[in-house]
Design a protein around this ligand. Sequence first.
Ligand SMILES: [Zn+2]
Length: 234
Amino acid sequence: MERSVQYGTTSIDFTVEWRRRKTLALEVHPNMCVHVIAPNDTSIEEIEKRVLKRASWVVKQQAYFDQFLPRTPKREYVSGETHLYLGKKYVLKIREAQKESVKLKGGELFVFCKKPDSATRVRNLLSGWYRTHCEQRFEKAFESGYQKVQTRVKEKPVYSIKRMKNRWGSCTPKGQIILNPELIRVPSKCLEYVIVHELCHLLQPNHGPDFFRLLEGCLPDWKRWKDKLELSLV
Ligand SMILES: [Zn+2]
């Protein structure tokens, strides 16, 4: 069932699904769709009221996911534009050089390139640099994330890095953790939060109260990093 409520000048469209459950759940999906799962006996008026009550959160979530959609402004790979690395913005500086390399120096991200005018060349060099750092950082973060759940998850799962359009991480039914390489752009504590979150899914596949109790037990300040994660790319 599709409905809509008006929040100021913004119209929030949402779909409703009734299920046998006790509480109402409101989800904002990465494609920005809003989905309500309501207990069987909830009226549509009550649901609309609940959506309105959380409207500012919905709008904030949508703005957050908006960052991942392809229509975000594309980078041109020219000097002066900013690129994110571990939650910090670095100004790109492209320099002509025979020996190609990428280096972080102060607040700047230097790309030494044979063809400084070629966006493709610069992009490829940067992408290689991000990939290397991604692998190293994720390995470290996964190690420290796993330590936090180790007493509960006896067998260390494997993880892979895979670009996903709409999610930071995922845990497959087979227990494999997938991490989005985009996480290299957010603070390392946020990356660790995503890892612990996914590791908790090994024991609690759904986002029920048990899941959050477990997450809280493994990472007491998880909320802080989740909030930071949501703000870090805005
Ligand atoms: Zn989850």
